[in-house]
Design a binder for this molecule. Structure first.
Ligand code: PGA
Length: 229
């Protein structure tokens, strides 16, 4: 199966001009990936024919919740995927909130991408598997529909550091062993033009969630080319 590529654009591009330049370059390349743009620009991506996800949603579906974004509006706009539990958000939310978000995403027939990962301290203390198992159990409590998992060690996000291929293969196998279906598991954390050839040799990884490197269209294009070989 071809590897899936998700571009988590975070809050890197913050003007219409930047976004439109980015979209123009990507459109001309006809790149095959899933864009996860800043939510305010979601419609611009969808209008240009990109398959999209969002970086976060509210735990509430509707009502008096100032500043929140409902899964219902995301769905109505034609968005397909929702990141849940990204480490840049996890600090401000509980396991219970992550579980509620997963449930409302599934209820609305969208696909949750559950981000899990250990801290550097936990990695050094060899507690990675234990922590990932807990994150999965808590997030997916009382659910039985399919999700996507993205394994993103917290210490690898935005740092230029990655686990070795052996470590990634071992962890991805472990995550897959916790499910009774053929789950899609991504790797994320400092995926770049420099390391994609190496990372792509991890055969059990089903795709990559790319942050910073995805904001450069020519890097993204080359990463996709390598990952799809
Ligand atoms: P990065 O981000 O590629 O910039 O490390 C990945 C992510 O946070 O999803």
């Amino acid at each position: 199966m071809k590897k899936l590529i998700f571009a988590n654009l975070k809050m890197y591009q913050n003007t219409k001009k930047e976004i439109d330049n980015y979209l123009n370059e990507l459109n001309s390349e006809k790149l095959n990936f899933i864009a996860i743009p800043p939510i305010i620009y979601l419609d611009r991506f969808i209008q240009r024919g990109f398959t999209c996800g969002v970086q976060n949603i509210s735990v509430y579906e509707e009502g008096a919740h100032t500043g929140e974004t409902s899964v219902l509006s995301i769905k109505d706009m034609g968005c397909k995927y929702v990141l849940v539990g990204h480490s840049e958000i996890r600090n401000n939310e509980t396991d219970k909130m992550i579980n509620i978000k997963i449930k409302i995403i599934l209820k609305n027939n969208l696909i949750p991408i559950l981000c899990i990962g250990e801290s550097l301290e936990a990695y050094n203390q060899k507690q990675t598997k234990e922590i990932l198992k807990k994150q999965i159990q808590n997030a997916l409590k009382d659910t039985n529909e399919k999700v996507i998992i993205s394994y993103e060690p917290v210490w690898a996000i935005g740092t230029g550091k990655t686990p070795t291929n052996e470590e990634i293969i071992d962890i991805i196998n472990y995550i897959k062993s916790l499910f009774n279906y053929d789950i899609t598991v991504l790797y994320g954390g400092s995926v770049s033009l420099e390391n994609i050839e190496t990372l792509n040799k991890t055969n059990n990884v089903n795709g990559f969630l790319i942050g910073k490197a995805a904001t450069n269209p020519s890097s993204l294009k080359k990463i996709i080319e390598v990952a799809r070989m």
